[in-house]
Design a protein around this ligand. Structure first.
Ligand code: C2O
Ligand code: CU
Ligand code: CU
Length: 480
């Protein structure tokens, strides 16, 4: 099943030489220098075609299966992919049209599918215990009764979400609507998804998944964009829209351009901002999305602009490169007003609830359980039961204790929320608009406001550091 394990045994038995490799945790590591930066062209995940459509609904079929693909030069990597692809195919949905995805599990492990950012009925939302067993199928129904936004679908299996995503089970899901389609933003080939992930590989090219000490999170030494390491993208002298998703297990990025040019942010998790927000750098925690417009018309042909990560050192400080290769005219415009967002009023809130994200040591110092309000995930017991239609303020605090304080990207299923305050201050510019995930760093205190609507039933609140999530930093809430 996991070729990682058999390969490791093989290397130990064969007594493979360690001279050329970094040896950590007893494994043979590929030397980082083998992966050249900015050589591989950026691929775009293909858009999945429906197998059938009718007046109301588009029907899709996806098989989750193993595949051997080329990620590192000269090596093969086994992945677990939707349709065997890494990342999975993109689904394009239209507001008001239903999407039904029949997922078939051809892997050797149980899986669950969640549409992150989706306003989804509970039986299609991917509760961690609602598994598809190997050889089985399940149809997920997505009504798409929500505004245009960049969503993503990914695995959500109990205790194994981190491993399953690391192996490849994630893809984009884009919702369009009439309002957004009417704007003169860059579109078609100039509307480009960038899925950023970090991975670690064995010497033979296989993926090396590790929780990190104390389940701090699986981090890699190689940055992938749309599944390839440190790619390059050829661009023309015009504007492009980039939909950027941080699909990493446990790494945060702070995006900036090497040229000093500002990124013009136009959207966040839940779609367009009220107005464009130019910024020199943007923090993107796990599961967050931002959309930015970059205007390459300010550069001469031949210019090279690196998308950098100010949060990373050395190789991890670079993400990809844009090579300006040709002149092109441009009729795209970023309007001054992008969308209409009604701020939820604090006066409307009927309850304030507090959630403390912390940890407790387990079996000595090398293991911890990550907790919410001191509790581990209990699938049968809701931590909160907001009433349908109610507005509530939820306050998220990240503990500092035990030296275990970490960043926790806090995510709610079902709803989008607005950030009210971060440490008593107004939210960061990139957090205005609708969000479904908010970064709460060590010692921070973040207040959000949310209306519970869409569906009644069983949903989740959890940290999107996937190793924290798998090791209990998750809670059920019920909309009643
Ligand atoms: Cu992106 Cu509950 O997950
Ligand atoms: Cu989600
Ligand atoms: Cu966390």
């Amino acid at each position: 099943m996991l070729s990682i394990l058999s390969r490791r045994k093989f290397l130990i038995l064969a007594g493979a030489s360690a001279t050329d490799y970094t040896v950590a945790w007893g494994r043979q590591r590929r030397p980082r220098s083998l992966v050249p930066h900015f050589h591989i062209p950026l691929p775009i995940p293909s858009v999945l075609r429906p197998v059938r459509t009718d007046n109301t609904t588009d029907y899709y079929e996806i098989t989750q299966r193993e595949a051997e693909i080329g990620i590192l030069p000269g090596l093969r990597t086994q992945v677990w992919g939707y349709e065997g692809m890494f990342p999975g195919p993109t689904i394009k949905a239209r507001r008001g049209r239903i999407v039904v995805v029949r997922q078939t599990n051809s892997l050797a492990v149980p899986t669950v599918v969640h549409l992150h950012g989706g306003v989804t009925p509970p039986d299609s939302d991917g509760f961690p215990t609602d598994v598809i067993m190997p050889g089985q199928s399940k149809s997920y129904v997505y009504p798409n009764d929500q505004r245009a936004a960049t969503l993503w679908y990914h695995d959500h299996a109990m205790h194994h979400t981190g491993r399953n995503l690391y192996m490849g089970l994630a893809g984009l899901y884009l919702i369009e609507d009439d309002q957004e389609a009417a704007l003169p933003l860059p579109r078609g080939a100039h509307d480009v998804p960038l899925i950023i992930q970090d991975r670690r590989f064995e010497a033979d090219g296989s993926l090396a998944y590790e929780h990190g000490i104390g389940h701090r999170g699986a981090k890699g030494d190689t940055i992938l964009v749309n599944g390839v390491p440190w790619p390059r993208m050829e661009v023309a002298t015009r504007q492009y829209r980039f939909r950027i998703l941080n699909a990493s297990n446990a790494r945060i990025y702070r995006l900036t351009l090497s040229s000093g040019q500002r990124l013009v942010q136009i959207a966040t998790d839940g779609g367009l901002l009220p107005k464009p927000a130019p910024t020199r750098s943007l923090s993107l925690a796990m599961a967050e999305r931002v959309e930015v417009v970059i205007d390459f018309s300010i550069y001469p042909v031949g210019a090279q602009v690196v998308l950098q990560n100010l949060d990373g050192k050395g190789a991890m400080g670079e993400i990809m490169r844009f090579d300006v290769v040709r002149r092109e005219s441009d009729d795209a415009v970023v309007p001054e007003i992008l969308s209409d967002i009604e701020p939820l009023s604090e006066n409307a809130a009927l309850h304030t609830r507090e959630f403390i994200f912390g940890a407790k040591p387990k079996f000595g110092r090398l293991s911890v359980a990550w907790t919410i309000n001191g509790k581990q995930f209990e699938p049968d017991r809701p931590i909160a039961q907001p009433r349908y239609g109610d507005v509530e303020i939820w306050r998220f605090r990240s503990q500092r204790d035990f030296g275990l304080g970490m960043l926790h990207p806090v995510h709610l299923h079902l709803v989008n929320f607005q950030v009210l305050q971060r440490n008593g201050e107004p939210p960061l510019p990139h957090e205005l608009g609708w969000k479904d995930t908010v970064a709460v760093n060590r010692g921070e205190d973040v207040r959000i406001i949310v209306r519970f609507e869409g569906y009644r039933g069983r949903y989740l609140l959890h940290c999107h550091n996937l190793e924290h999530e798998d090791h209990h930093m998750m809670a059920r809430f019920d909309v009643s």
